[in-house]
Ligand binder design. Structure first.
Ligand code: 3PG
Length: 289
């Protein structure tokens, strides 16, 4: 199940990279096919990137059809439910998997075809056009895709670890990465990195805490931000790329605004809070000031 949740995340991240290159940068399907072929030689090497290269520029196979088949395929993603199941299980276990959930939501939104058609007549996209360097932007999208993928897998593996702990499954995460590498939809070069990380420390709480994974993300994060900025400016929806970045930014923050949430909870519900400077549980009479 979690394999399929990660698969949903991968597919959505790849679809967003495609969308940004096709409708943001304005590349042709032939150019995008070549880009995915090139990406499949490096750190992004995976079955799903290979599949993408094969389908993205495939010619229309209907009699009299012309142009790439991808342009004729209805943009309504089906789902048999394993992605949704992963998100629901993660919520039950209290493990955040925002990239996977964003991928499920993106499929649901894609199915709202009629409403989207109506809304597209009500709201204009930004008038701003793409003005940056194409080659450099493609480079950046590659880095963003890899960093976002790492954060997505990190979520999936944290879910597996939590489920294993809660239910006594005794899943060996390094071994799982090896098995998945051997043949499944998410088989990818990156699984070697995961295997190595859990090989170094079988009790690793998060992939993002591994030194080598850290270097891979840290060296790409500024570029990743620039890709999201570009997507936002151009009005291209990038729900999984941005969910991964928000996950990363939350995860790497020693202090989050949850202190304000605790204050709000205590104000309206006397739910109490803890302090940073002393032990215990506190409640404040907020009307006293
Ligand atoms: C698969 O076919 O590999 C998975 O079950 C994913 O199916 P779905 O995308 O239809 O949920």
């Amino acid at each position: 199940m979690v394999h399929n949740g990660i698969e949903y995340g991968d597919m959505q991240l790849i679809a967003e990279a495609y969308d940004l290159m096709r409708h943001g940068v304005g590349l042709s399907t032939r150019e995008i096919r070549e880009i995915f072929e090139e990406w499949n030689q490096g750190e992004l090497r995976s079955f799903l990137v290979e599949v993408t290269a094969r389908v993205v520029d495939f010619p229309d196979d209907q009699e009299g059809g012309d142009g790439p088949l991808i342009d004729k395929i209805l943009d309504r993603a089906g789902q048999k439910g394993t992605g949704r199941w992963t998100s629901a299980a993660a919520l039950d276990l209290g493990v955040p998997v925002p990239t996977i959930t964003a991928a499920v939501d993106a499929r649901l939104l894609s199915s709202m075809t009629e409403q989207r058609q109506r809304a597209s007549g009500l709201y204009r996209p930004p008038v701003i056009g793409f003005a940056a360097d194409r080659r450099e932007t493609v480079h950046r999208v590659r880095a963003a895709l890899y960093a976002a993928k790492i954060c997505s897998y990190s979520q999936g593996f944290s879910l597996l670890a939590a489920a294993s702990q809660a239910r006594g499954y005794e899943v060996e995460l390094a071994e799982l990465a090896r098995i998945w590498k051997a043949g499944c939809i998410i088989r990818a070069a990156f699984l070697d990195e995961i295997r190595a990380a859990f090989g170094r420390d079988a009790t690793l709480e998060s992939l993002l805490l591994d030194a080598s994974v850290r270097d891979a993300v840290a060296s790409r994060v500024a570029t990743w931000r620039s890709v999201l900025s570009l997507g936002v400016e151009l009005g291209r929806p990038l729900p999984a790329l941005s969910a991964s970045l928000a996950y990363f930014d939350s995860f790497r923050s020693a202090r989050l605004p949850a202190n304000l949430i605790q204050a709000q909870r205590d104000y309206f519900g006397a739910h109490t809070y803890e302090r940073t400077d002393r032990e215990g549980t506190f409640h404040t009479d907020w009307s006293a000031e």
